[in-house]
Design a protein around this ligand. Structure first.
Ligand code: CS2
Ligand code: MG
Length: 408
């Protein structure tokens, strides 16, 4: 069996999805997602210039060797651009493999450990009142878990994960007004004074059942993160996400000495080497990798298996930038993983998106139910795709009030 061609598409409704379609001499094709938020043209070019020419002619069933060839063969390894491109190929080859087997992909991983996989939505508000309305909205939709992000009083700009004037379901992460990012101001002191108390008020209002998650988004120093984690212990968060910049795998040691709040990190990781020490030293409770950014199903399965040895559960990234293809790949991993935790699920699905990516993965009562179609269980409509093209966008760059460049 041979790969005969591969096509790369950029675009989608309100998104620059990077979609890979791999064709074979037996007519079976596979799909992959190489969407790297705000840098979409780069994995697309990496695929077109380097990976696709070396893919043609290979046997698509040899997904491990092909992954090793593109990972080790590059010499300069890892990084988000290359791993998103490799990840798309790996997803497409698993899609083909499962279609050839006539099985939904989860069967090749080890079958189902559960039917429904718990998901969480993004509740947001420019103030606490707006956030409480947003949480109520998602609770009424049946969600059992919500991430809560709030505008901070007195903060010169709105802060992370906060939609303008309480608009819900807006793509507040990427501003498609060109490639020059807007600048936002961050003030840690204001955040530290306001957010723990706001989280406590939310817990008091919604009671103990609702799973609350909060994303610090890399913005605290290790000591500040320890202080914040200690302060929010009474809130009983489901998790506190990215309290410190993810590169420093030692940053959480201090936090772990001062708080038992569950920690989730990993959405920016591109390989097992970015998180092996966090997992082996049990410095985190949830690993947040994404199949696109971490290089595909093949390496993410290894990360999940390592995590299972150390009581670390999965909490795969699922930001608006992920296309239904990588969300489908994660849906199969979610039903299989014996150490599944939760799946981030941005309720930004629209008719236009469903038309571009037909699938019958389902969402009900705050859980995602995987398709039983052979393969990933998602398709890609090339005619629909012709409606879209690349639309440059960026998320903000963040500075402290004195101008110091900070973490977005
Ligand atoms: C966020 C991401 O969903 C999350 O947990 O951290 O949406 C992140 O803000 C974007 O992927 C950045 O491009
Ligand atoms: Mg995050």
């Amino acid at each position: 069996m041979k790969i005969t061609d591969a096509k790369v598409f950029i675009g989608g409704p309100g998104k620059n999805y990077v979609t890979l379609k791999v064709m074979t001499d037996q007519g079976v094709y596979g799909l992959g997602d190489a969407t790297l938020n705000n840098r979409e043209t780069l994995p697309a070019q990496y695929l077109k210039d380097y990976l696709v020419p070396n893919l043609i002619g290979r046997d698509p069933r040899n997904s491990e060797d092909i992954w090793q060839y593109f990972y080790k063969g590059a010499y300069f390894r890892r990084g988000p651009i290359a791993m998103a491109a490799i990840g798309a190929i790996d997803m497409a080859l698993w899609d083909i493999k499962a279609k050839l087997a006539g099985m939904p992909l989860y069967q090749l991983l080890g079958g189902k450990s559960r039917d429904g996989a718990l998901v969480y939505a993004h509740a947001t508000g420019s103030d606490l009142e707006g956030l409480i309305d947003s949480i109520s909205y998602y609770q009424e939709q049946g969600y059992q878990a919500v991430r809560v992000q709030c505008g901070i009083p007195g903060m010169p700009t709105k802060g992370y994960g906060v939609a303008d004037n309480n608009q819900q379901n807006t793509p507040f992460i990427t501003d498609f007004s060109g490639i020059i990012p807007k600048e936002e101001i961050w003030d840690t002191a204001r955040y530290m004074r306001f957010m723990p108390e706001a989280l406590m008020k939310i817990r008091e209002k919604f009671g103990p059942e609702l799973k609350l998650l909060h994303d610090v988004h890399h913005r605290l120093l290790p000591r500040e993160a320890a202080e914040f984690a200690k302060a929010v212990e009474p809130v009983s968060l489901f998790w506190l996400e990215d309290p410190t910049p993810a590169e420093d795998q030692n940053a959480l040691k201090f936090l772990r000495q001062h708080s038992t709040v569950p920690i989730a990190i990993g959405e920016v990781f591109n390989s097992i080497w970015d998180c092996n020490r966090l997992i082996e030293n049990e410095l985190i409770d949830f690993i947040r990798v994404a199949v696109t950014y971490a290089g595909g199903i093949t390496p993410v399965k290894r990360i999940v298996d390592l995590a299972a040895l150390h009581h670390v559960r999965t909490g795969f990234h699922g930001a608006p930038s992920h296309s239904p293809i990588s969300m489908a790949a994660q849906a199969h991993l979610n039903v299989w993983a014996p150490n599944f935790g939760i799946q981030e699920y941005l309720t930004l699905g629209t008719e236009a998106c469903d038309a571009l990516f037909p699938s019958n993965h389902g969402l009900s009562q705050g859980k995602m139910f995987v398709s039983d179609q052979p393969g990933l269980g998602v398709d890609f409509d090339e005619r629909e795709a012709q409606k879209y093209q690349y639309n440059p966008g960026s998320h903000p760059v963040v500075r402290l009030e004195d101008g110091t460049l900070w973490n977005y």
